[in-house]
Write a protein that binds this ligand. Structure first.
Ligand SMILES: Nc1ncnc2c1ncn2[C@@H]1O[C@H](COP(=O)(O)OP(=O)(O)O)[C@@H](O)[C@H]1O
Ligand SMILES: [Mg+2]
Length: 459
């Protein structure tokens, strides 16, 4: 493969500024900050690559998990056949007569076209000219009614991915990339909220609109997903977590959920966010997928003395604990490293608002207490320091976990009590769901009740 070169810019400061240059060879991925970039005082690629400390080229060998440095890899939708974003971008490439080889060649073409205006603060372009041109082009300002043509095309494409997607591509162009497995589109809506009109994501200087992510329900695979995610968001909000605004919507018979983006401020400027996956994988070569770390490891990373990830590590560790308990009580089972992000706000780094808290255990294939491999307090394991011949049980695992987090037993107990109270009406709320099949609802209620009892006996 001939070396590939791209440039990275950001709009974190008052003006777009070039951050550095990316070179990918057969063997490695290299990134070099612009000599003057550190002087801007702006964040670099990610938490683990501060510009003032990385004054020479950062190299990372390519492997089967990462071709790029993790913060950049996050801009490429995964190579799964069923990935909506990737399928849509591949159709877009074909529509401009580009037919790259599958695999990294395709990743690259996607990244240089969809890796700007995406989630977070990093904008990748083929060249500086492309960057200048993109920043200088105002977005199409208008909001359009979600027309029949658009809604229909969206629905067809959602279900089959083999539709030509022409109506979608005509309206959207190369959609900035968003991660995750559920079909979704980054769009904008009026600042006053969803009213059935949509626009393209905002650009430099846009006003009157807010950026959202529109998540779409593929009812054949996940019936009632939008209602479940709405319930998850409602429950978290009621429990006191910071949750962005959201609107359950219908687009031509398709169920969707519009969620305000927390990685943009009220003026549409990007805010620094980075997923726990990108952070941990940047610092540790053994992290190969979004569930290859225990919750204890995340907790330890939050108070790592060598690199300060969060401004208030006590608060962050408490948040992690609360999120995990809440995930269990709401049948989420999906609190993996890409569903936890850090965000910078007023110069402080902390966990981002809650996103993706869907009670996924309602679906049989996702019915797990935690994502595979993501243990807490060695639950179910036989740790080296244990003298027992039996695996660590639920109460002992929590005690071990809070010890790692340096949280006292009485604080833990009061957190559990609060979250038990906050989720008391969960079974009732599940019963009220209209689009989730009865079987799934009954299972979810049982899952909740069983976990609830496990927590109650610990009090
Ligand atoms: N409200 C939001 N603001 C900013 N970024 C978001 C928001 N919601 C999701 N994201 C980003 O988009 C990614 C995919 O969204 P998510 O809701 O996790 O979808 P999925 O269910 O497919 O995993 C997340 O990992 C996160 O990076
Ligand atoms: Mg997710």
């Amino acid at each position: 493969m001939a070396d590939k070169i791209a440039v990275v810019w950001t709009r974190l400061g008052p003006q777009p500024v070039k951050m550095g240059t990316l070179v990918v060879t057969d063997k490695e991925s290299r990134f070099t900050y612009e000599p003057e970039y550190a002087k801007t005082g702006l964040r670099g690629l990610g938490m683990v690559y501060p510009p003032d400390q990385f004054t020479t080229t950062i190299s990372r060998p390519r492997n089967e998990y990462f071709d790029l440095l993790p913060p950049l890899q996050a801009l490429v939708p995964p190579r799964s056949e069923r990935n909506f974003q990737r399928a849509l971008l591949q159709k877009y490439l074909a529509s401009i007569n580009l037919h790259p080889k599958p695999g990294f060649d395709t990743d690259w073409e996607i990244m240089i076209r969809a890796g700007h205006g995406a989630i977070g603060h990093i904008d990748v372009f083929a060249s500086d000219e492309a960057a200048h041109q993109w920043y200088a082009t105002p977005s199409r300002k208008g909001l359009v009614e979600i027309s029949d043509g658009f809604g229909f095309s969206l629905k067809e494409f959602m279900t089959w991915f083999d539709d030509d997607a022409k109506a979608l591509i005509d309206i959207l162009g190369p959609t900035p990339s968003v991660g995750g497995a559920i079909p979704k589109l980054p769009l904008s809506i009026p600042a006053t909220g969803w009213d059935g009109r949509i626009g393209l994501p905002t650009r430099f200087g846009d006003t009157g609109r807010i950026d959202i992510i529109l998540k779409l329900e593929n009812t054949a695979t996940y019936p009632g997903l939008v209602e479940l995610e709405t319930l998850g968001l409602d429950m978290h909000r009621a429990a006191g977590f910071d949750v962005p605004q959201y609107w359950p919507v219908e687009v031509n018979g398709l169920h969707g959920l519009a969620i305000a983006r927390f990685d943009r401020d009220a003026q549409g400027n990007p805010i620094f966010v980075e997923s726990m996956y990108s952070i941990l994988a940047s610092g540790n070569k053994n992290i190969s997928n979004h569930y290859s770390a225990s919750y204890d490891m995340i907790g330890r990373a939050l108070s790592n003395p060598r690199i300060q990830l969060v401004s208030d590590h006590k608060q962050a560790k408490k948040h992690l604990l609360q999120r995990l308990i809440m995930a269990m009580l709401t049948g989420n089972g999906d609190l993996h490293l890409e569903n936890l992000s850090l965000i910078e706000s007023k110069g402080e780094i902390s966990f981002s608002p809650v996103y993706d808290p869907t009670p996924m255990r309602a679906y049989r294939i996702h019915n797990m207490l935690t994502p595979p491999g993501m243990t807490f307090g060695d639950y179910g394991d036989y740790p080296d320091d244990s003298k027992d011949a039996t695996p660590v049980d639920f109460p002992s695992a929590w005690l071990r976990f809070i010890k790692t987090l340096d949280i006292r037993k009485n604080e833990f107990t009061s957190i559990v009590e609060n979250l038990l109270t906050a989720t008391r009406d969960f079974p009732e709320r599940v019963a009220q769901l209209k689009t989730v099949p009865e079987d799934n609802k009954t299972n979810l209620q049982k899952i909740h009740e069983a976990i609830r009892r496990q927590f109650e006996v610990m009090l």
